[in-house]
Design a protein around this ligand. Sequence first.
Ligand code: ATP
Ligand code: MG
Length: 399
Amino acid sequence: MIEPFLSAVPVLKKLEDAGFEAYFVGGSVRDYLLERRISDVDIATSATPDEVKEIFTKTVDIGIEHGTVLVIYRNRSYEVTTFRTEAEYKDFRRPKEVFFIRSLNEDLMRRDFTMNAIAMDNSGQIIDPFAGQTAIKEKIIRTVGNATDRFQEDALRMMRAVRFVSQLSFDMEENTKKALIELVPLLENIAIERKRVEFEKLLLGSNRKKAIRIMLETSLYAYLPSLKNNKDSLEEILSYELQDLAIHEMWSLLVFCLKYKGKQMETFLRNWRLPLKEIREIQLILFYLHKRLEQEWTVYDLYTSGSTIILSVEKLYQVLKGNKENETIQKWLNLYEDLPIKNRSEIDVNGVELMAWFNQKGGPWLKETLFTIEQAILDRKIVNDKRKIKEWLMECNQN
Ligand code: ATP
Ligand code: MG
């Protein structure tokens, strides 16, 4: 066994010492078998949430109704979820009621895909009742049980299938894909927030183009917020060589391909329920990207956008231009680094001093003067030094 499982073994042991069963499950076991980077280690147990809370001193209730307790153990946190079934599904969404059970097998049965329905015990022994390891070897995404039933129970699983295509470059097993094509309209019933989580994972996966092609082929895209009539834009994304882009850069590229600006862009991003802070960042990136496509950066634009926006804009510019040199990105970042000031507060004079120098009360002239000074410093007409600024202003005033 390897880290991070090794550190988590004592958590399993503590549950077992108290008379319960406990296993590693889900994505971490799958990624371990795939020799991929392992993210969170999730644990499944026969102990109920109350029983888990009695065993560990530090716990946080993060989803008691679904049977999940966050256990903090030696400064690491683990999601510990009680074995459960999800009996009745209403509206093709999450189960209406969750039943806690004492059997691992039944818990694995409720999981979405065979590759995600594998457990591992504290000695590294694999428990794999649905041949998940074979699926992993064959690089196949296959539902546990009948695909039609499983997608009807929870339509989000269809999006999860496609995002796993993107992350793992697996193919969908034939019946799984058939069921998806047939049932994809059920995605209408799924909360946008849940769709966004999967869509963002899809956008970041190393095989995102393969996933986007499947989205187009199966019409899945038509059941995502504001993408229904935008097949062409998704196809445009396929025409670019995508490099290592962060999520806000992928959103920006998507909006660019959609040709959305202004209000339309904002509505699109709000429809996807993106946090306002991210919306603002994407808007800035697109503002400067459109400008960049027409001309090179001006000193003032470098100054107002800042290094993170410059980097994102340049990365996207390169994608759009099919250019793989990082040289120009560095060139603009260097120019930014060399700016005499990075923001207004760095100007070596303030409003109070200006009022004293000119013996005038505050007013719009103050802001204008500061703006003039800022421009002059950026254009290197003057250096950012109180005495020099004063001399320059007095000189300007005489002319
Ligand atoms: P990631 O590496 O992105 O976290 P994951 O497979 O761990 O991938 P999670 O959303 O963390 O995905 O879910 C953990 C596990 O819970 C899955 O591996 C799967 O066994 C189960 N699971 C998650 N979502 C569903 C679902 N909608 N239906 C059935 N089982 C699910
Ligand atoms: Mg996970």
